[in-house]
Design a protein around this ligand. Structure first.
Ligand code: ADP
Length: 270
């Protein structure tokens, strides 16, 4: 089974490539609920990472922090060599300046469980909104790129449909096209198939598989689709009660783990 490094060699990404993201001893509490208890994590260019673990273990919180939707309680998160937040010696959390935060958000695409499309816009307008209004890109270029992306996810014949006219699987494919139009360096997928009827899951996984196989961006997937993770992930992290209990290649964690907590969790999916 190829690991992250051999796969990166195949893609001609140097092994020494600096991680684009580093979490160092990141914790998060909501009140006295300690949700993350010291997360260390590096994401390299092009790497495909799956985060698995029981519900409530903190998986979503980890990726929401990268999108700056949640602040850590302590620790550092570094993106492209710059801190998003940094703990000063006095224990104070200092946030990066708005310009850097905007750059980071521009480099990261996120797809949510509940699609989060704009209901009053057509799906083409949904895809065009952020590149035009946030990145101030040329409208005609963005339109062309958006149409290509919607065609890529199989919705080229529905450009002027509104989200309410689409199935859940189609809405999720729009959400992916919308994220891809921003040309992110990292794509975050937060349980993107969990809210779908079972018969619609396959079409969404196919789009993710297509991105994983054909695009160079790094991907972090929070997922309960174990077969799928085994198939596409370079590295799998098992999170339990706010701690990364085990990590390794997809094979090491999903097939060959000796860890009892991992084994007992995976039994539910067999
Ligand atoms: P997972 O993705 O593994 O299911 P989450 O990261 O969504 O876990 O949540 C971890 C824990 O943090 C859960 O107990 C959840 O209820 C709690 N939590 C998440 N977000 C908030 C919030 N904004 N306020 C309070 N508690 C939260």
């Amino acid at each position: 089974m190829p690991n992250a490094l051999t796969k990166n060699i195949e893609k001609n990404v140097p092994i020494s490539a600096e991680p684009i993201v580093k979490y160092r001893n990141v914790t998060k509490s909501f009140g006295d609920h300690h949700v993350l208890k010291g997360i260390d994590l590096e994401i390299h260019p092009g790497e495909k990472i799956a985060i698995i673990g029981p519900s409530g273990s903190g998986k979503t919180t980890i990726i929401r922090m990268l999108m700056t939707l949640e602040e850590p309680s302590s620790g550092d998160i570094v993106v492209n060599g710059k801190n998003l937040w940094k703990m000063e010696k006095k224990g104070q959390l200092v946030k990066a300046n708005e310009k850097h935060l905007r750059e980071v958000r521009g480099d990261i695409g996120m797809v949510f469980q509940h699609f989060n499309l704009f209901p009053h816009m057509t799906i083409l307008e949904n895809c065009m909104a952020a590149p035009i209004h946030v990145k101030k890109e040329n409208k005609d270029e963005v339109r062309e790129r958006s149409i290509k992306m919607l065609e890529r996810v199989g919705l080229g014949d529905k450009l002027n449909f509104y989200p309410s006219q689409l199935s859940g699987g189609q809405k999720q494919r729009v959400a992916m096209a919308r994220a891809l139009v921003m040309r992110p360096k990292i794509m975050l997928f937060d349980e993107v198939t969990s809210a779908l009827d079972p018969e619609l899951v396959g079409e969404v996984l196919e789009v993710i598989r297509d991105i994983a196989q054909n695009d160079d961006m790094a991907m972090v997937l929070v997922t309960h689709e174990m077969e799928f993770a085994l198939d596409i992930a370079d590295r799998v992290l098992f999170l339990d009660q706010g701690v990364i209990v085990e990590q390794g290649t997809a094979y090491e964690v999903l097939v060959d783990s000796k860890n009892e907590r991992v084994q007992s969790f995976l039994k539910r999916f067999r």
